[in-house]
Write a protein that binds this ligand. Structure first.
Ligand code: KG4
Ligand code: ZN
Length: 336
């Protein structure tokens, strides 16, 4: 391993502006500014996200640098999220990273956000390869086979909505504030997961489909509300627990199938939905049943953060995978 490689990392793909400083793969600082402006709209408003990133980025980088105790002249490279995400949001981080790298005359490293969610596991642990990761966020649901830090293959993914989107849409139907996932998680802890049954679509192979769960919950609520207008208030915890249970079962059944077919015993979860307490418990239980070693990132490394961009940047630095100043952001780009 190389010594004294200091990476400044920037994440701005959605509604978190984050900066981190990483030294030889160790996180020295990781500062996240969550944009509150979207709450009253019940979802992320792209134009507002870009504006908030512009306001936040300089103070966030300043705090991350100060917290790390690393001076600008000690930096070896600047890593940034290039894709996927909201294009206006990505542009702010990309423009900032390019300017900073150019001003300091240091290399620039372009990072794929989904690869970074997987590599968040390597911040505090060292899962051996091959490693299997279920990456579940607001925009993606993927089963990723990792052969090495930068050698990954998406072997299963959603054909429509992401798991996080399913959580957020169910929450919206229940009148819960955005982002709904954490709220559903909290209420589900007090509810009965087996009380209500929702349709769980079965896709071929290792792929997923979550749009049916959302429709199933919607039709169920419409029917119940006809008989009892207060049905949601009176059964909120059980509805959350049952919907969460359905989503977790769908995720875990494909993850178990992938691990069995590939005979992999080191299995993790990543992305915003990996903060879900039901999914974390389900992974631990599956680990005991199948003799897996399981990996669950710390909460701050589950949802969007720059530390994961930094650890990915570090491995790209070691391989000499640099970007040039013509690098541009992309709302959608594949990475394996
Ligand atoms: O990875 P992430 O922070 O951003 C994206 O890259 O999309 O994931 C955000 C998603 C949202 O859909 C949010 O509701 C969900 O992660 N989420 C959760 C929990 N915490 C965040 N879903 C269920 N339970 C949670 N505790
Ligand atoms: Zn993410």
């Amino acid at each position: 391993m190389a010594d004294n490689i200091h990476i400044l990392a920037i994440e701005s793909s959605c509604d978190e502006t984050s900066a981190a400083v990483i030294c030889d793969g160790r996180v020295l600082s990781n500062h996240i500014a969550t944009q509150k402006v979207h709450e009253r709209f019940g979802g992320v408003v792209p134009e507002m996200a870009s504006r908030a990133h512009m306001q936040n980025i300089i103070p966030v980088v300043d705090i991350a640098l100060k917290d790390s105790g690393v001076a600008k002249r000690q930096l070896s490279a600047v890593a940034f999220t290039q894709s996927p995400g909201l294009i206006g949001s990505l542009m702010v981080g990309t423009a900032f990273a390019k300017s900073f790298a150019q001003a300091l005359q240091i290399p620039l490293i372009a990072v794929h956000h989904m690869q970074a969610h997987v590599l968040a596991h390597f911040i505090d642990a060292q899962p051996p390869f091959p490693f299997l990761c279920l990456t579940v966020s607001g925009g993606h649901t993927q089963i990723v086979l990792c052969r090495d830090y930068l050698d990954m293959e998406v072997i299963g993914e959603t054909m429509d909505d992401a798991a996080g989107e399913a959580f957020d849409k169910v929450a919206k139907m229940l009148g819960l504030p955005y982002p709904g996932g954490p709220m559903v998680d909290k209420l589900a802890a007090q509810g009965d997961p087996l009380r209500f049954k929702f349709a769980a679509a079965s896709m071929p192979g290792l792929n997923f489909s979550f749009s049916g769960v959302k429709t199933s919950v919607l039709y169920f609520l419409q029917a119940q509300k006809k008989a009892d207008p207060d049905f949601i208030q009176n059964n909120l915890n059980d509805i959350c627990a049952s919907a969460q249970h359905t989503i977790i079962q769908m995720l875990m059944s494909k993850l178990q199938r992938a691990a069995r077919e590939l005979n992999i015993k080191h299995v993790g979860i990543a992305g915003g939905v990996s903060a879900n307490s039901g999914l974390r418990t389900a992974l631990k239980q599956a680990g005991e049943t199948h003799g897996w070693t399981v990996y669950i990132p710390k909460f701050e490394y589950c949802t969007d953060n720059a530390a994961m961009i930094g650890i990915t940047g570090y491995h790209k630095y070691l391989k000499g995978q640099f970007a040039d100043l013509t690098a541009s952001p992309s709302a959608r780009a594949s990475w394996t």
